[in-house]
Design a protein around this ligand. Structure first.
Ligand SMILES: [Zn+2]
Ligand SMILES: [Zn+2]
Length: 291
């Protein structure tokens, strides 16, 4: 038996609607799934209803983008690390604290995108924020981000690909880059706990700490802030990393999790592709906060 505890729907940047995911999960032979959209719980009710109809265990989740800081708890102005994402699993999706964070993240994003477009205009790129909004609407996404801006740049012939748009204009350090206000790790973990959820360190490889000792130190600090688990199985993790992260989680007394990080047709990753053992779901289910 298998599960998949990390996937995205059209409520954030996936291409499959929340109510269609469970049928795909069933076809892929999965017995439990978590929907973990970026900074939103909007898709959870529809996904839950479809899971119930199909007899699949449903884990309400969210994926929060967090300030990687210098160390967790010591957020820094100029992060020198990669991406830090924290998954909340088994959350109450109507929790007021989490709603407040969703609102805050949305505002940070909403002010950031027009600022990026303004910088592009200053660079002589003919782009209007309206075009970005229209494209997102076309794709049925509620959350607008840099990938949408990149796609408008492709359509208008300024760049060849999304990657090209990032390397030339909108990646960190590039001329149209705008820093986003980031959520401190401690607030993300606390909000997930307040909502009855478990906090999971998502895809540690994306943090960009290649030295295992440094990563372990970083993860231990997250544990001190209340982290519950490490996502060891993920589409970006080669077998050697899965072993490394599993050992690290054991050593630090943390649980393990896993998922595909499915985004529909946006990324070449299949739903359920990580063959995450159902026992991983069961262990997390046992550990969840019953409130
Ligand atoms: Zn992520
Ligand atoms: Zn994700």
């Amino acid at each position: 038996m298998f599960c998949d505890l990390h996937m995205h729907s059209t409520a954030s940047d996936g291409t499959v609607t929340p109510d269609e995911l469970p049928a795909m999960a069933k076809a892929a032979g999965l017995s439990a799934i978590a929907l973990t959209d970026h900074d939103t719980t909007a898709g959870l009710p529809a996904c839950q209803a479809a899971c119930e109809t199909l007899g699949i265990a449903f884990v309400p989740g969210i994926e929060l983008s967090v300030d990687p800081g210098v160390r967790p708890g010591e957020e820094h102005d100029a992060p020198r690390r990669g991406t830090l994402h924290i998954l909340g699993l088994f959350i109450r999706h109507d929790d007021p604290g989490l709603k407040q964070i969703e609102h805050r993240m949305r505002e940070a994003r909403d002010s950031r995108n027009p600022a990026i477009v303004a910088k592009l205009q200053e660079l002589g790129v003919s782009i209007d924020y309206r075009e970005v909004l229209d494209l997102a609407k076309e794709q049925g996404t509620e959350i607008i981000g840099r990938p949408h801006i990149a796609q408008v740049l492709i359509r208008k012939g300024y760049v060849k690909s999304v990657q090209d748009a990032f390397t030339r204009y909108i990646a960190q350090g590039k001329p149209a880059y705008v820093r986003r206000d980031r959520l401190p790790a401690t607030e993300a973990i606390d909000a997930i706990h307040q909502a009855g959820g478990l906090a999971v360190f998502a895809h540690p490889v994306q943090l960009g700490l290649t030295d295992p000792d440094e990563l372990e130190y970083f993860t231990a600090r997250l544990r001190d802030l209340g982290l519950d688990a490490v996502e060891v199985l993920h589409s970006d993790h080669l077998p050697a990393l899965v072993r490394q992260y599993t050992q690290m989680a054991q050593k630090l007394g943390l649980l393990t999790s896993g998922g595909s990080d499915y985004h529909g047709s946006r990324k070449p990753v299949d739903l359920g592709s990580q063959r995450v053992p159902f026992a991983m779901y069961e262990q997390l289910f046992q550990a969840r906060r019953r409130t």
